[in-house]
Design a protein around this ligand. Structure first.
Ligand SMILES: Nc1nc2c(ncn2[C@@H]2O[C@@H]3COP(=O)(O)O[C@H]4[C@@H](O)[C@H](n5cnc6c(=O)[nH]c(N)nc65)O[C@@H]4COP(=O)(O)O[C@H]3[C@H]2O)c(=O)[nH]1
Length: 845
């Protein structure tokens, strides 16, 4: 039976022991600081006591008791009482005995340990302080390092950015040998099209791409690098696309601590644009220096900073002398005033100024120039400096004044020409209006000047005009104008005139001055002039009208005779209108078939028979009737239509002669007058030959009449034409011989057949002994030259007899027949009418 009370105390005791045992076990395991000595004995004692108690408990539950299983409870009791508990208590005692002193020692040790611990704590505290301080320092250092790291990062980023963005390619290379690149920045590709590795992998890559012409120089510079420590050169480098870039290469030798060369660091910059600019500048500079213009620039203060070679030459200075001079020394005072007041302000305002000024040579000579001034501004718009280009226009100026002279003055006489005359006349009119006085215009024309010119040659004519100009100037005041309009026409403008009478007085003075003989080119002769006068404001209120009025008055004066003076009147205008009408109808006369020919017989004074007829031109004007040639031929010459009219005359006359021949009438020579304009035609002989051919008239049946003055115009070509006619067998006569100035020396060279004595001599020889002498002299001269003489304008028997007696071969005149129309002439030919010579002769003997 189970004694639950005992069991409970047993379990409690056992539990208590077990707890102590467990505690000891736990302490033994965890509190290693407790003294170990005796501990195991103590533990073993408690273990045995626990075991013994457990046995007591199991007594109640036999099944659980190992000894009970064995079945021997006595052994169990024995064991409990003799072995287990005593041993347990013994071990407990022994354990306590051994452990307690250890615990005591331990407590001392603990104490000392505590001291040590305190010391340690103090040390730890100190160390902790130190550590904290160290930590702080470390933290600071870390912060600094972080900052440094960040800075490095930023710097690296910046460098990377710079390397990429920079136009400069950075590179490093080993020293010596082939200078192999160890680094080339990425932007090299953007510059030359190649990658960095191209340079790094191929040691010759760089030098192989340097322009062949630069390689030697570059290699030499690179060699010198090791001595100098740095180098800088420029060369052309071939881009991947084949083009060449100009590279500026600057490199530095990096040395180690011992001063031994380590590597080369350098950079390239593309300077192609700069080189282009440099080349352009170089070229520009060459051009500037080669320029013949003054080119220079000055600072804002007006001090010369540059003057090109031409500028120095124009200024008479060296470049060194010119630079630094105030710009005012290069120009004369008057030009400086223009530049300061006009040029520079305009250049500042609008950027440029152009004007005509002058440069001043050091020796004081002025050179007219066309000057351009440019103002150059800074980017802020401030004028920084001025430049100037000045072109020497001396020649241009001289030419201009020459042109001005030519435009205003007559080159032969040096007198004002029509242009300047008009200008002067306008001024004179304006002046006259102000001072309420008159102006007179004197229009003067030399009489028979054309004849002088034609017969004595142009040289004499020119000399005469000059001499006339001189005399005219001598007749008027300095303020009056004497001008030449051309030919033999002069116009004088007389200013501040009191009354129209004064103009007549001066005109008379002029005529008197001109009447004095001229001795020119070895010849002495007299001339006369006609003058037309107009007055302001009576005859015109403007220059043109005054000139026109004076011209009209001159025409009247000339019409009146030689050496006349006429003042303008309003009636004179009617005459001018008439002349204009005449001109117009004359131009149309040929196509309107208003021209006709009349024929006058030329008689042989020996046989009395008709040997030739002269064709004479008539104009049958619808209103005016028959107009004689003297009235319209000079006008036709003036209008330039005479060659056409003359050709018509020649053709009509030849045709008529041919018709008469064809009609079986006696073979006569047809004599035709040639006009001056016709005679000077280059192809005259061809034209005549063509007409002869066209009409079928044999050349020997044609005679050509020309005047002395026509021949004398150009003697040599006249001789050539006359010889050509002679060869064609055409007869040649000189008309109106004695009225011109033909030289006897020339006369004998002309291949002539006849000399015709003008009707004026024939008319007068019976009255004036001089004319008789002339007629006799002409006959004798003609005979001595082997020529026949034809007397024109024979009207009386007396004239006829005189001519017949003096050996004149032929005659023409009213005595026998007036000029007749073709039909009447034909009747005369048919009748074969003869000259009544015998009766004439007999009546005088
Ligand atoms: N008082 C007077 N006069 C007489 C007498 N006999 C003839 N005449 C005129 O004298 C002139 C002779 O002609 P010319 O000396 O060749 O002078 C010519 C000639 O030089 C020129 N002429 C006439 N027809 C032509 C022509 O077809 N061509 C050219 N170029 N000139 C011509 O005009 C001039 C004058 O011709 P016309 O008036 O026809 O005048 C003609 C004729 O009518 C006379 O007895 N008394």
């Amino acid at each position: 039976m189970i004694n639950f009370i005992d069991l409970g105390s047993e379990i409690f005791r056992t539990g208590f022991l077990l707890a102590i045992f467990g505690y000891l076990l736990w302490v033994g395991r965890t509190r290693r600081s407790l003294p170990p000595r005796g501990w195991n004995t103590l533990l073993s004692g408690f273990g045995l006591l626990v075991f013994g108690s457990l046995l007591d408990i199991t007594d109640e539950f036999e099944a659980l008791n190992p000894f009970f299983i064995v079945g021997n409870t006595h052994i169990q009791a024995l064991l409990e009482k003799v072995v287990i508990f005593p041993l347990g208590y013994l071990l407990l005692l022994l354990g306590l005995m051994r452990w307690m002193p250890a615990v005591h020692g331990l407590s001392r040790e603990v104490e000392s340990r505590k001291q040590v611990e305190r010391a340690l704590e103090a040390t730890v505290e100190t160390r902790t302080g130190e550590l904290k301080a160290a930590n702080l320092a470390l933290a600071e250092e870390v912060a600094v390092r972080r900052q440094a790291q960040e800075f490095l990062e930023i710097t690296r980023a910046r460098l990377e950015h710079l390397l990429t963005a920079s136009p400069a390619v950075i590179y490093c290379c080993k020293v010596g040998g082939n200078y192999v690149n160890t680094f080339v920045s990425e932007n090299v590709q953007a510059l030359v099209g190649y990658k960095p590795k191209d340079f790094i992998e191929d040691s010759c890559f760089w030098i192989n791409h340097v322009h062949p012409r630069d390689q030697e120089r570059v290699a030499a510079d690179l060699g010198a690098l090791l001595q100098r420590g740095k180098a800088c050169y420029e060369y052309r480098f071939r881009h991947q696309d084949g083009s060449y870039l100009w590279i500026h290469d600057e490199l530095q030798l990096v040395r180690d601590a011992d001063g031994q060369p380590l590597e080369i660091v350098g950079y390239w910059v593309d300077i192609t644009d700069r080189k282009r600019v440099e080349q352009r500048q170089q070229r520009l500079s060459v051009i500037l220096e080669a320029s013949t213009d003054f080119v220079g620039f000055s600072d804002n203060e007006g001090i010369a900073q540059y003057v090109n070679q031409a500028g120095c030459r124009l200024a008479g200075m060296t470049a060194e002398e010119a630079v630094g001079q105030p710009i005012t020394v290069f120009t004369p005072d008057w030009a400086n005033i223009i530049i300061q007041n006009e040029g520079l302000p305009a250049a500042k305002r609008q950027g440029w100024w152009r004007g005509e000024t002058a440069l001043l040579h050091r020796e004081g000579r002025e050179i007219p120039v066309s000057q351009l001034i440019l103002a150059h501004r800074t980017s802020e718009g401030e004028v920084e400096f001025f430049s100037t280009v000045a072109r020497d226009i001396s020649e241009h100026k001289a030419y201009e004044s020459q042109l001005e002279y030519q435009a205003n003055y007559d080159s032969l006489t040096g007198l004002p020409n029509r242009n300047l005359l008009q200008d002067r006349l306008e001024h004179a009119i304006a002046h006259a209006r102000r001072i309420r006085q008159g102006v007179a215009v004197l229009f003067l024309d030399l009489d028979r000047f054309k004849m002088v010119n034609d017969s004595l040659g142009h040289d004499v004519g020119d000399a005469l005009l000059k001499a006339v100009a001189e005399r005219l100037r001598g007749c008027v005041r300095d303020e009056d104008t004497v001008s030449r309009l051309g030919g033999d026409e002069f116009v004088l403008v007389l200013e501040e005139l009191r009354g129209g009478e004064m103009s007549r007085l001066i005109a008379n003075k002029i005529l008197a001055a001109l009447q004095a003989p001229f001795a020119l080119e070895g010849q002495t002769f007299r001339i006369n002039a006609s003058v037309g006068i107009s007055l302001f404001s009576r005859d015109g209120k403007d220059a043109l009208t005054l000139l026109k009025s004076a011209d009209t008055a001159l025409h009247w004066a000339k019409a009146q005779g030689r050496g006349c003076i006429r003042s303008y009147t309003s009636e004179m205008n009617a005459q001018v209108v008439e002349r204009l009408t005449m001109e117009q109808s004359l131009r149309q006369a040929l196509e309107r078939e208003e021209f006709v020919l009349q024929y006058q017989p030329i008689m042989d004074l020996q046989t009395g028979s008709m040997v030739a007829v002269e064709a004479l031109l008539r104009w049958q004007h619808p209103q005016l009737g028959v107009v004689p040639p003297a009235k319209f031929i000079p006008l036709a010459e003036e209008l330039g239509i005479m060659p056409t009219v003359g050709e018509w005359v020649l053709r009509t006359a030849c045709l008529q002669a041919r018709r008469w021949q064809d009609a079986g009438l006696p073979m006569l020579t047809m004599s035709v007058n040639l006009s001056t304009q016709q005679f000077i035609q280059v192809d005259l002989t061809d034209r005549v030959a063509h007409i002869l051919d066209e009409t079928g008239l044999p050349p020997s049946c044609l005679a050509i009449e020309i005047t002395e003055s026509q021949i004398m115009q150009d003697v040599e070509s006249a001789i050539a034409s006359l010889r050509a006619f002679k060869e064609m067998k055409v007869h040649l006569s000189i008309d109106d011989f004695g009225t011109g100035y033909s030289s006897l020396i020339h006369l004998k060279r002309f291949p002539l057949n006849r000399l015709k004595i003008g009707k004026d001599f024939i008319h007068d020889f019976t009255k004036t002994p001089e004319d008789e002498t002339i007629v006799l002299a002409v006959i004798s001269l003609a005979h001595s030259l082997g020529l026949k003489v034809v007397a024109e304008g024979v009207e009386t028997e007396e004239q006829l007899r005189f001519l017949w007696e003096n050996g004149c071969e032929e005659m023409q005149g009213h005595y026998f027949s007036r000029p007749l129309p073709a039909s009447e002439m034909e009747v005369l030919l048919q009748e074969n009418r003869q000259l009544p010579l015998r009766s004439a002769y007999q009546s005088y003997h």
